[in-house]
Ligand binder design. Structure first.
Ligand code: SAH
Length: 529
């Protein structure tokens, strides 16, 4: 976005001063010369070069000014009674640009010079000067906030409570990567403030609605509220999620706690820019020994952001010790999957343990989360993961906690068939695969994959046994997942009851109206006799 001064001729003083055409009181009001100069990232921009009323204030190519008439009176009042009505003037500015305008009055310079001064000034200045008839001429220079105009469909989406506006619903954008922008309707109404991305399909992530200021204080307050909520949950673990993005009205921000250490992820341009503020808030509130940025998820590349892992504060040891429901883990925060552990499954692991017994099979075990907490109640526990590294960790964690786990490297799809061929049977089986459907195109294959493992597991299960089956694919919703599991039970010729329908832990809140925040499904099922 090139600044207007580079595009057009320099404004001349005559452009700003307009002699009144009539000489009655109301005309004086209307003939107030108002100059609005706005500064955007690249330079000063002339929004209106002259104008008798608010309708002229704004060049059509900048803003559609739906409520011009409403603003006229305020301008008139400000002029009619200069000092007393400065607030009215401020209000006009505020309403139109939602920017605070600082009023500098009595600048005792000739107008020519004044204009120059104002142009050179840092934005956010309102200056007043009188003309020969004692009327006031206002020079208004203010910061033009980055702004994005969205379509009616986008507006509808916001009304439904969804915080994302896709690129296809953006009508006009005057903003740079990572800006906090004003979101406006096509008619010029301010809808709120959002994080702007110039790369992602998700152009806007709403931070606040209406005139609520989206500033550092708001971010601090949201973080504080997120932390207070976790503290109230009485979580039986020293590792849990403190901030869960949209679910905490902090879009694209993740903060996980691992004992005395914090791991943060900023997954959009806007949140990346806010990260220093976030880190300062966390450091002040929680005094962690170290804060690590696990900014290596692929989502960052969609935002044109670098994928990197950085220590942002203090120190991060190679391994951090945490506890969950009496099980002790050593976690590699730098290299572990996600931010180190699958914290979203904590409550499901603990809930599933209540049903664990006999011979147990933990499929897709990662570092042994389900196997360890459930294995304490079982006679034999086998864990499978395709990752050698994960299996090495299961073994280490099993030894550390004195739980016997037969941890094996293997592809669950092959292993389940192999076990079936051998005629093996289990009393407790866990299926916790990675997201099979990472996008819509993958739904068909994912469905087939989920059905396959659930079918095999139900066949391997003894009557009376428990199947804990999970899906963390957002694209396969709860109803679809239930359907898949039902299909698997039909093919396995098993009568299955639903003992518990669960989801991600409470520290990963689901925001109503935002299906993307409800991604993890966990059904605890019982195979009948
Ligand atoms: N249940 C774990 C989390 C599992 S995450 C917990 O509670 O912590 C999914 C795991 O599946 C990853 O560790 C990944 O390495 C593993 N995985 C992915 N595809 C696999 C496959 N085909 N067979 C076995 N393991 C697989």
């Amino acid at each position: 976005m090139a600044p207007a001064l580079e595009l057009g001729p320099q404004p001349q003083l005559e452009d700003f001063v307009r002699e009144p055409e009539r000489d009655d009181a109301s005309a004086h009001r209307e003939d107030v010369g108002v100059v609005v100069l706005a500064r955007e990232a690249g330079g000063v921009e002339v929004v209106a070069q002259r104008g008798a009323d608010a309708a002229h204030l704004v060049r059509g190519d900048l803003f559609a000014l739906a409520a011009a008439a409403e603003h006229d009176a305020a301008i008139g009042a400000a002029v009619g009674d200069g000092a007393a009505d400065r607030d009215a003037d401020r209000r006009v500015v505020d309403r139109r640009f939602a920017a605070g305008a600082e009023i500098l009055d009595g600048v005792p310079e000739p107008r020519q010079r004044l204009l120059q001064v104002l142009l050179e000034e840092i934005a956010c200045v309102v200056g007043a000067d009188g003309d020969a008839h004692g009327r006031q001429l206002y020079y208004v220079v203010l910061t033009m906030l980055p702004a994005v105009v969205i379509s009616a469909r986008g507006e509808e989406r916001l009304r439904s409570g969804h915080p994302w506006i896709y690129r296809t619903d953006v009508a006009d954008a005057r903003a740079a990567a990572g800006d906090i922008v004003q979101v406006r309707s096509a008619r010029g109404r301010t809808l709120g403030s959002a994080l702007f991305s110039d790369r992602s399909q998700i152009t806007l992530r709403m931070l606040a609605y209406g005139d609520v200021a989206a500033d550092a204080a708001l971010v601090r307050a949201r973080i504080e509220s997120a932390i207070a909520f976790r503290e109230a949950l009485a979580i039986d673990a020293t590792a849990y999620r403190l901030v869960h993005g949209e679910g905490d009205l902090l879009p694209s921000l993740v903060v996980d706690r691992y004992g005395d250490y914090l791991v943060v992820q900023a997954l959009s341009q806007g949140m990346d820019r806010l990260l220093p503020e976030v880190v300062a808030t966390l450091a002040g509130r929680l005094q962690p020994r170290g804060i690590l940025a696990r900014n290596d998820p692929r989502a960052r590349s969609l935002e044109g952001l670098e994928q990197r892992v950085d220590v942002l504060a203090g120190e991060i040891p190679d391994l951090v010790a945490v506890a969950e429901a009496g099980i002790h883990y050593e976690v590699d925060l730098r290299r572990g999957q996600k931010t180190g552990l699958f914290l979203d499954q904590r409550e499901n692991r603990i809930a599933a343990a209540a049903y664990a017994r006999g011979r147990m099979l933990d499929c897709f075990s990662y570092n042994g989360g389900f196997a360890l907490v459930m294995g304490r109640r079982c006679t034999e526990t086998i864990a499978f993961d395709v990752s050698e590294d994960a299996i090495a960790r299961v073994k280490g964690n099993a030894a550390r906690n004195g739980v016997a786990v037969d941890a094996r490297v293997g592809n669950v799809f092959d292993e389940l068939r192999g076990l079936e061929r051998l005629g093996e049977r289990f009393d407790t089986i866990v299926l916790d695969p990675p997201a099979f459907a990472k996008n819509k195109a993958a739904i068909a294959n994912a469905t087939a994959g989920y059905k396959e493992i659930n079918l095999r597991a139900l066949k391997l299960l003894n009557p009376g046994g428990t199947l804990v089956t999970c899906s963390c694919s957002y694209h396969v919703n709860e109803a679809a997942f239930a359907e898949i599991v039902y299909d698997a039970s039909v093919d396995a010729q098993a009568h299955v009851t639903v003992v518990e329908k669960r989801m991600q832990g409470r520290d990963h809140p689901v925001l109503l109206g935002v299906p993307e925040t409800y991604y993890l499904k966990c059904f605890i099922l019982r195979k009948l006799q």
